[in-house]
Design a protein around this ligand. Structure first.
Ligand code: PLP
Length: 628
């Protein structure tokens, strides 16, 4: 547990069970429900579902929705706050239909709504957020069609709020709503001075892409008044960035927005809602700190700071408490899904060894390296051993290029060099002080575990912006790790790797792990991938979408579960079609070529049929490696 810190980042949902396997508790209110993750993986394998697989725990999704709503309702009651909580889920964070449906269903008792940031998302939200009491918030840049769709929502009796992100959208909205004679509900997004910290801090400040400046907010309000539409201005919105790591940024932004809301109220604009956007962070590294991958606050603290922060300013200003809206996406979805990948190979610098016994007339560099290994003792200056070995290896490479050292000799020198490094590593394992020049030994000698997945599809942010996600074995964590590894994926790209891990609460480029027996199957989990990672993946190397299973806990047996649904990932023909190929025409072409070779007598007829079937089956098959 100390090594992998599962309980620290697990959010109450994941921990290491007594058997050393990851254990899932999807409902914090019912700690008796405990699912053994390894049993889930075994059942997936038994069902013949190929890895990699996205595993969704829908109960976790529901718990998160219930959690934020109940927390707000509780704090609002405790604070005697007069407004209500009207949260929305921004579907861009994970637009998967089943995710949105589950969130809408779990949120129904709380009138929890949805947010859309594009026309496609708006079309989905109009179809799925049918509760007349919940909000539909529309952010993002808008064209005429977008505005008309939002007004269709109003016609259907929904509380659709069009948030003005740039001033010109207001003219468009006024014109179209008058033309259609439909009353809009208008929100204004404020460009905030309160700055978030971390990877998404560009969302506020003067150079922010979205939002109105203070003069624009005042002009917008006055324009609406002039047009006889002041009463349609109902919401003030801000969003200062995702994954806010420091609670002070939230307090600051709530305070700033409360002041703007109060001043607008006093100017005669009776807004009803303040929307504090997203930003509620996830503790990916379990450090509870202001690291980019963490947050220094709890859900309760966040909620209390929003509620009490708003209340304090409103009471001082003598204005009503507005209803509070959040657009938390990451916090709702991150925990509910993870990617399980199979380890399919190991790449090791010292993976292959040659026989290095002495031979007649061998090169002096080879002789030196062997003697270094044979005659070295621990009393020696080991830094010198390291320096000599490194120098001779470098010289050997140069001598090889100059045709002085043979390929065989170079291979032997490398074999001996890695033996020297291994011995140094073993020596320094139990020594407190390791000289700086030797501190990389664990990394240089670590294995790269080749895993059956694409980082570009399944964990895009780890590649794009160095985001940290927890990566841990699914099982066997009761054994003491005996080797170190980093992770590489199966894409043809050297960037396709994960080399950031939290080990013993420290950020490291390798992860300790128990070595595998020959032929042993092992699975790794990439956790907290439910937010953004699930849907942002790209088609690099044409791997495409991953197989997906939806897991529910069994109501009758707290330790049991069932696979409620299997959603097949992309087939080869799916991804080729996206890239404008015509797989059925390709199959016919290849068959013709095979038939030609059959006619020429190059391929026996029976074999020709087999090759044709094989090609067609591969087109229909999964894009990832077939391991069984
Ligand atoms: N609302 C808006 C306007 C956003 O841009 C975002 C994402 O950055 C969100 C909500 C969701 O933020 P988070 O996932 O941090 O909750």
């Amino acid at each position: 547990e100390r090594v992998y810190g599962v309980s620290s980042w697990g959010g109450g949902y994941f921990k290491i069970g007594e058997n050393g396997n990851i254990q899932v508790s999807p409902d914090p209110k019912n700690p008796n429900i405990r699912i053994d993750f390894k049993s889930v993986v075994d059942e997936i394998a038994q069902e013949g579902i190929q890895f990699p697989v996205v595993i969704r725990f829908h109960d976790i999704l529901r718990s998160q929705v219930v959690g934020i709503n109940e927390c707000f309702n509780q704090v609002i009651a405790d604070a005697k706050y007069k407004g209500k909580y009207n949260g929305v889920y921004p579907i861009k964070v994970n637009q998967t239909r089943e995710v949105v449906e589950e969130i809408v269903d779990a949120g129904a008792p709380y009138d929890y709504g949805l947010e859309a940031g594009s026309k496609s998302e708006l079309l989905a939200v109009l179809a799925y957020n049918t509760n007349a009491n919940s909000l539909t918030i529309l952010n993002g840049y808008k064209d005429e069609e977008f505005i008309r769709l939002s007004l269709l929502g109003r016609k259907l009796g929904r509380k659709v709020v069009v948030v003005i992100e740039k001033y010109s959208e207001l003219h468009l909205l006024i014109r179209i709503s008058k033309e259609l004679n439909i009353e809009p509900i208008i929100g204004l997004r404020s460009k905030m001075t309160a700055l978030g910290k971390g990877k998404w801090q560009g969302s506020s400040g003067d150079r922010a892409k979205f939002g109105l400046t203070i003069p624009e907010i005042i002009n917008a309000a006055k324009l609406l008044e002039k047009e006889g539409m002041a009463h349609t201005l109902k919401l003030l919105h801000f969003h200062i960035g995702s994954q806010l790591t420091d609670i002070r940024a939230i307090k600051d932004a709530v305070n700033e927005s409360a002041r703007i809301y109060a001043e607008l109220h006093k100017m005669g604009f009776a807004l009803e809602y303040v929307d504090v956007g997203g930003g509620l962070g996830i503790d990916y590294d379990g450090s509870k700190s202001t690291n980019d991958s963490s947050r220094n606050y709890s859900l309760h603290e966040y909620v209390a700071d929003v509620v009490y922060g708003m209340k304090e300013v409103c009471d001082l200003e003598g204005v009503p408490h507005p209803n509070l809206v959040t657009e938390s996406g990451r916090a709702i979805t991150a925990h509910h899904s993870c990617v399980v990948t199979e380890i399919v190979g190991e790449i090791k610098a010292d993976g292959a060894m040659l026989d290095t016994s002495k031979t007649e007339g061998e090169h002096v560099l080879l002789k030196n390296m062997r003697e270094l290994l044979e005659y070295w003792n621990d009393e020696q200056n080991l830094q010198e051993v390291y320096n000599d070995a490194s120098e001779w290896k470098e010289k050997a490479v140069s001598a090889f290029k100059l045709r002085v050292v043979s390929l065989e000799e170079l291979g032997k020198i490398e074999t001996l060099y890695w033996q020297v490094m291994r011995r140094l590593q073993v020596f320094y394992r139990d020594v407190e002080f390791v000289p700086e020049g030797l501190q990389h030994l664990d990394f240089s000698l670590s294995s790269q575990y080749l895993c059956n997945f694409s980082i570009f599809q399944s964990a895009a942010d780890t590649w794009a912006i160095d985001q940290l996600i927890p990566v841990v074995p699914i099982a066997g964590m009761h054994k003491k790790p005996d080797i170190n590894c980093s992770i590489v994926d199966i894409t043809c790209d050297s960037d396709g790797k994960i080399d950031q891990f939290i080990v013993d609460r420290q950020l490291q480029n390798i992860m300790p792990i128990s070595s595998l027996e020959p032929g042993e199957k092992a699975h790794l989990g990439l956790f907290l991938t439910g937010a953004y990672q699930d849907v942002m993946g790209d088609m690099h190397n044409l791997f495409g979408r991953v197989n997906e299973v939806h897991i529910f806990s069994d109501d009758d047996d707290p330790e049991d579960f069932y696979i409620e649904e299997f959603v097949a990932g992309s087939s080869v023909q799916d991804v080729l079609t996206i890239m404008q190929y015509h797989p059925s025409a390709m199959a016919i072409d290849v068959k013709k070529q095979i038939d030609k070779e059959v006619a020429n007598g190059q391929i026996p007829p029976r074999e020709g049929v087999k090759w044709t079937d094989f090609y067609e089956n591969c087109l229909k098959g999964y894009t990832y490696l077939k391991t069984s």
